[in-house]
Design a binder for this molecule. Structure first.
Ligand code: NAP
Ligand code: 8YV
Length: 316
């Protein structure tokens, strides 16, 4: 097979590198000592990019010969897909292979917050059980009204999990779906109807601060909020204030506005469980995501088509 030049942005697994190295000549952006000079002199040489860290503007403008970008992850808010489509550049992502893992992570967070997993584990480990007696009662996740903000691939998988807990399921998406759940035409109405709200939309300008102070007030003092979407989807300052004021009861968060920074106020709260953006981060699921990244590039090299183009590029 002939070797095509591939520019790597961000780090990739050994498994991805080994598979790609058979078909591509890989250069790593982070290995270049003078990034600006490298991009100016050689940026136009790469028809293909593999990325785990978006597509920075300086790369996009220098990559005059670019034809395909294979991105690791289903969310692609760090890639200007419209600009790529306008230039005829195919962008691919990794939908579906992570639905189960992200939905499972939601269940893990929901149980951890509702049943106070971390507090009761500390109670057992510290000896407080023997010294102070039984741990206080916690709240059940069974039979709750759950609101899914973004009933897409992962949102539907979350709904499937919730059915196992006898949940009454509500949702809001841009469009109404043919599903046996209750539709609400805006996030405030959704929050008003439920006890548990989970955000699982894409990030980007269109969904910025979709979850606002008004949404938290609608969710109410017994309500729990979960964000597995993107930090930008939540007004983080409004979330912190709602938690401090006890206008909502608790939260489980996998994503944050300024990752990897997490506001100190959140770290100090006992009724909040924090994860470092790990919803898809198992060996199995990350391998499946990496394999799809590779398969997209191999398919493109074979006949110019790809397997999982982002919607903006599907007509290219
Ligand atoms: P998807 O199938 O495209 O579903 C996205 C859903 O969000 C759709 O139901 C869509 O509505 C809805 N939506 C989009 N824009 C909206 C808006 N402005 N207002 C209301 N709803 C809106 O995507 P997916 O595969 O389920 O992934 C969803 C997102 O999850 C990703 O984009 C990523 O940001 C996040 N994610 C996070 C992790 C993590 O590690 N925490 C892992 C994977 C994914 P329509 O159906 O009406 O179009
Ligand atoms: C990954 C994600 O953690 O798929 C997504 O949109 O947010 C996660 O699965 C991320 O893409 C890895 O960089």
């Amino acid at each position: 097979m002939s070797s095509t030049k591939l520019l790597q942005i961000g780090s990739i697994s050994d498994r991805m590198r080994d598979a790609l190295a058979e078909a591509f000549e890989i250069d790593v952006l982070a290995d270049q000592s003078d990034r600006a000079a490298f991009l100016a002199e050689r940026g136009g040489d790469y028809p293909a990019v593999v990325t785990t860290a978006g597509l920075p503007d300086d790369v996009l403008s220098a990559a005059t010969g670019l034809k395909v970008v294979s991105s690791f992850g289903v969310g692609y808010d760090s890639i200007d897909a419209e600009a790529c489509a306008a230039r005829g550049i195919l962008v691919t992502h990794t939908p579906d292979v992570l639905n189960d893992e992200v939905a499972n992570t939601f269940v893990m967070l929901w149980l951890a917050v509702s049943r106070d997993l971390l507090g009761s584990e500390r109670h057992a480990r510290s000896g407080a059980w023997a010294k102070d007696g039984a741990y206080p009662l916690t709240r059940s996740i069974q039979g709750r009204r759950v609101g899914i903000l973004g009933l897409g691939r992962i949102g539907q998988t979350i709904a499937d999990r919730c059915e196992a807990f006898d949940a009454e399921i509500h949702y809001h998406s841009r469009s109404r779906k043919d599903v046996p759940y209750t539709y609400h035409d805006n996030p405030v109405a959704l929050a008003q109807a439920v006890e548990v709200l989970v955000a699982i939309t894409p990030g980007g300008a269109e969904t910025e601060h979709l979850v606002s102070a008004e949404v938290f007030d609608a969710l109410g003092p017994d309500g729990l909020f979960f964000n597995l979407a993107r930090g930008s989807v939540t007004d983080e300052a409004a979330l912190i204030q709602a938690l401090l004021d006890k206008r909502i009861a608790g939260a489980g968060l996998d994503v944050f506005e300024a990752e990897p920074k997490i506001p100190d106020a959140l770290k100090e709260m006992e009724n909040v469980v924090l994860l470092p953006h790990v919803a898809s981060a198992t060996y199995e699921t990350r391998a499946a995501m990496g394999d799809l990244v590779v398969r997209n590039l191999l398919q493109w090299q074979k006949d110019g088509s790809v397997l999982t183009a982002v919607p903006e590029c599907r007509d290219l």
